[in-house]
Every structure is written in structure tokens, then in C-alpha cells.
Design a protein around this ligand. Structure first.
Ligand SMILES: Nc1nc2c(ncn2[C@@H]2O[C@H](COP(=O)(O)OP(=O)(O)OP(=O)(O)O)[C@@H](O)[C@H]2O)c(=O)[nH]1
Ligand SMILES: [Mg+2]
Length: 298
């Protein structure tokens, strides 16, 4: 058995050390990661839950509360935090891999942060691959937390079986302006910081707005830092049921698209591109369309 297939076996058996090694291989596209991905025995039945919403809405706090309740019930949970700006209080801290592994004292929880700042493209392809690695271990739930700004919230919908959008009562005044992307992708909404004024009326407003959607979209109120309201959300998630086949098709297409896009762009490094443009653009006959022709064939 070569070392990669033994890593895959170790992951299946529950080794977090093997898991961390494989995630690092995949995250950095190191030698052998392609073959490793092809060798994965991916359990598509493990639900992937995307948590997104504006900065500071309490996503990580909510994730902590979910982990507390699930791990109490004996569930195994993996979390991928994309660009975390605040720590998880269970012990893992942003991007600090060594401290993350100190998290072993909670054997049912694996948390990994992924830094995407400065990387050129490929974000969602990496996350897709890393989630599939986690799906080849025996977790009960996989959570992916991303900040809902820019494109990331749209991308999370192409990755997660269930997308949870976390908002706060203060968003009430601007509800008309909440990015329509966020409003469209949530399968379930959470009004967190429900200890603050306006939570009830905001939740009602939100529910009304969501009536326009084809399916019923529930709205839960939580006080995540006190663990209040999380149970109802988890109950809903547990009963969210089998994926609809058209949703599964949608997810496979989205993922295939991202992976192919990433593969086709793998040789393009923006800094090198900049250098090449810099060398060419001052010439009197510079034409961008002729310039990019060189990139059309490979
Ligand atoms: N009052 C109140 N504060 C909360 C609640 N939930 C979280 N917080 C606080 O809100 C702040 C932000 O919480 P985080 O969980 O870090 O928010 P986040 O959405 O993960 O933030 P980013 O990852 O930076 O986008 C922290 O100080 C939390 O303690 C809540 O229900 N009520
Ligand atoms: Mg966070």
C-alpha cells in the first residue's frame, strides 16, 4: 500500500493527524494531491452546512453553540472556517495550525481555518476539495463558515447541502438593501443577537420577504453566545431530510464547473501576467486581444 492510500485508510479510521496532513496536501496542491483526491471514498451523505452572513453577525459563536450541542449528543463535527477573523472559543485559533491540533482534547471536533487572502482564484475549488477530504472521514456534520461579502456567499450555495444565513436585528432598517444574493441562497435564516431590540419585528419582516420564495424558508431567532435558540435550528437541520435530486444535480454541476475552472487556470499567476503586460503594453501596436491569444490554446 502506498503512503497515500494508507493516509486515506487512516482518515477513515478517524486519525486527525492523517486528516491534517491530507488537508495540507490538498490545500497547497502538493505533489500527489490529484491522485489522492481520486482515491478518496467520499461519503456524499454527510451533510455540509454552509454558514454565512455579514461580518460580526455571530457566525462563529453560532457554530460553537452548534458544536457544543452536537458533540454532547456524541456527533462528530468538522468545521472549515474560511478567512476567520475571530477565534472559536473551543480552543482553535485562526490559522494557527499548531494550536488547532491542540484541539485534540475534544476528539469529536475537528476545526481547520483556510486563509484565502492574497490567493489568486481557486478559493472555492480548494474548499470543495477539502470538504470532500472531510467527507471521506466519518463525520456526522461538516460546517463551512464564510463571511457573506462579495462572491463568497454565492459560492457557498454551490458547495453546501444546507445554507444558513445569519443576520442581526440591526439589519432590520436596511433589509431592503441586504444583498439579494444573501436573500436568495439561504435555505434557513437565523436572526442572531435576539437579545437586542428589534429582533422580533426584524424576524417577522424577514419571514414576510421570504414568502416570495418558492419553498418555505424558516427563520429562527438565536442568542448564540448563550446557546439559546440553537436547538430549534439543529432540529430543523436534522429534519431537512434527503437532498432533492435536482439540488444534488445543481451541486455537482456547480462543483464540476469550479474544479474545471480552477484546473484550466492553474498555470495563470496574476503577478506573472502583470509582468508580461508590463513588458508589452507600452508598445504602439499593443492589442489586448492579440495578447491573450497566447492563453487560449494549451
Ligand atoms: N449580544 C449578543 N452578542 C453576540 C451574540 N452572538 C455573538 N455575539 C458577539 O458578537 C461578536 C461577533 O461574534 P462572532 O461569532 O465572532 O461573529 P462572526 O459572524 O463569526 O464574525 P466574522 O467571522 O468576523 O465575520 C462577538 O463579540 C460575540 O460574542 C448574541 O446572540 N448576542
Ligand atoms: Mg467568524
Amino acid at each position: 500500500m502506498n503512503s497515500h492510500s494508507s493516509l486515506i485508510v487512516e482518515i477513515k479510521k478517524g486519525s486527525f493527524i492523517a486528516l491534517a496532513r491530507v488537508l495540507t496536501l490538498v490545500e497547497n496542491s502538493l505533489d500527489g494531491s490529484d491522485d489522492l483526491l481520486k482515491g478518496l471514498k467520499i461519503n456524499q451523505r454527510i451533510p455540509v452546512i454552509g454558514i454565512t452572513g455579514p461580518p460580526g453577525a455571530g457566525k462563529s459563536t453560532l457554530v460553537n453553540s452548534m458544536i457544543d450541542q452536537w458533540s454532547e449528543a456524541g456527533k462528530k463535527i468538522a468545521v472549515i472556517a474560511v478567512d476567520p477573523t475571530s477565534p472559536f472559543n473551543l480552543g482553535s485559533l485562526l490559522g494557527d495550525r499548531i494550536r488547532m491540533s491542540a484541539h485534540f482534547n475534544k476528539p469529536n471536533v475537528y476545526i481547520r481555518s483556510v486563509a484565502t487572502r492574497g490567493s489568486v482564484g481557486g478559493l472555492s475549488a480548494k474548499i470543495i476539495e477539502m470538504v470532500d477530504v472531510l467527507r471521506s472521514a466519518d463525520f456526522d456534520y461538516i460546517i463551512v463558515e464564510t463571511v457573506g461579502v462579495g462572491q463568497s456567499e454565492i459560492e457557498i450555495a454551490g458547495l453546501a447541502d444546507i445554507t444558513v444565513v445569519v443576520l442581526v436585528p440591526e439589519a432590520g432598517d436596511e433589509i431592503q438593501h441586504i444583498k439579494s444574493g444573501l436573500m436568495e441562497i439561504g435555505n434557513v435564516f437565523v436572526v442572531n443577537k435576539a437579545d437586542r431590540d428589534g429582533a422580533v419585528s426584524f424576524a417577522n419582516k424577514l419571514t414576510k420577504m421570504l414568502h416570495q420564495r418558492k419553498n418555505v424558508v424558516p427563520v429562527f431567532k438565536t442568542i448564540a453566545d448563550k446557546g439559546i435558540g440553537t436547538q430549534d435550528l439543529l432540529h430543523w437541520i436534522r429534519n431537512a431530510g434527503e437532498e432533492e435530486s435536482d439540488l444534488r444535480l445543481f451541486l455537482y454541476v456547480e462543483k464540476a464547473f469550479k474544479l474545471i475552472q480552477n484546473y484550466r487556470m492553474r498555470d495563470i499567476v496574476k503577478s506573472e501576467l502583470q509582468q508580461k503586460v508590463a513588458e508589452a503594453y507600452d508598445k504602439p501596436d499593443f492589442n489586448l486581444y492579440k495578447f491573450i491569444n497566447a492563453y487560449k490554446e494549451n
